[in-house]
Design a protein around this ligand. Structure first.
Ligand SMILES: CC(C)(COP(=O)(O)OP(=O)(O)OC[C@H]1O[C@@H](n2cnc3c(N)ncnc32)[C@H](O)[C@@H]1OP(=O)(O)O)[C@@H](O)C(=O)NCCC(=O)NCCS
Length: 234
């Protein structure tokens, strides 16, 4: 018997132990960890499986990434791991299916992962390479993709890049820069740079995301730079 719950703050050490056992102590040198460094996981998609004694026996998380030359947002599934003694009970599949449903519900459009197609094709994943998606340094045969919308895998050719929209509080405002090309985003568009941070203000979360994309392209910030907005970006 196992149950699936959202991850609790106190689950952290048990999850790290589980991942160390499943992937080995050098797991953080894997290519996929480049996309996790300095970037927060998608909070709403952190699930764990618990046994009857409430111990964590499975974990799944996702990180946001940017895909292709167009820099389309996507999710990177993983790490996924199930404790050795609890495998082949359907826990891994339950964690994947539940989170993919949640991601689709939250209007995410696509998911990538590095893993065996033999396991992930049951969830609808297909090889990412034919779609032109490249993860530098990774074995192309291990890069898989899933569309969560009808055209979710269109227009993704190019490299996978780390996410650059990191939520956080900014420091003092030192400079103000209009959006590129004088574009106006709606009733109250504003984007400006501070010290090592980019700020965007808008009423709609979707418009904030669009404004950030444009502003970041015009004024690239180092990966992990702080980006602040008055509304959370999901
Ligand atoms: C992969 C993993 C999460 C699956 O968890 P699980 O709870 O055992 O998965 P499920 O019960 O949903 O499915 C088990 C089935 O998948 C198969 N399977 C597991 N890993 C597989 C793989 N890499 N390729 C193909 N099939 C695989 C098992 O043989 C089993 O087959 P069976 O039902 O015929 O016995 C688990 O084996 C694990 O933690 N492995 C180590 C870490 C890892 O490789 N994570 C995935 C990284 S991409």
């Amino acid at each position: 018997m196992f149950t699936i719950t959202t991850q609790r703050a106190e689950d952290g050490p048990a999850i790290e132990d589980l991942l160390d056992t499943a992937f080995g102590p050098f797991r953080e040198s894997k290519v996929s960890y480049r996309y996790r460094a300095g970037v927060a996981p998608v909070a709403s998609l952190q699930l764990v499986a618990r046994d009857a004694g409430d111990a964590v026996v499975g974990t799944i998380r996702y990180w946001p990434v940017l895909i292709g030359h167009a820099g389309k947002p996507g999710l990177l599934l993983g790490p996924l791991a199930v404790a050795g003694h609890a495998r082949s009970l359907g826990i891994g599949a339950a964690l994947v299916r539940r989170t993919l449903d949640m991601a689709a519900w939250a209007r995410h459009e696509r998911v990538l992962l590095v893993g065996d197609l033999a396991y992930y094709q049951r969830f609808g994943f297909v090889p990412a390479t034919p779609h032109g998606i490249v993860m530098p340094g990774e074995n192309p045969a291990r890069l898989q993709a899933l569309a969560l919308t009808p055209n979710g895998l269109a227009g993704l050719a190019g490299p996978v890049e780390p996410w650059r929209w990191v939520r956080g509080r900014g420091g003092e405002l030192t400079a103000r820069t209009p959006l590129p090309n004088g574009e106006r985003e709606g009733p109250t568009p504003e984007a400006w740079e501070g010290e090592g941070a980019l700020y965007v203000r808008h009423r709609s979360k979707r418009a904030i995301a669009r404004a950030l994309t444009r502003a970041l392209r015009a004024h690239p910030l180092p990966v992990g730079a702080r980006v602040s907005s008055p509304a959370p970006i999901s």
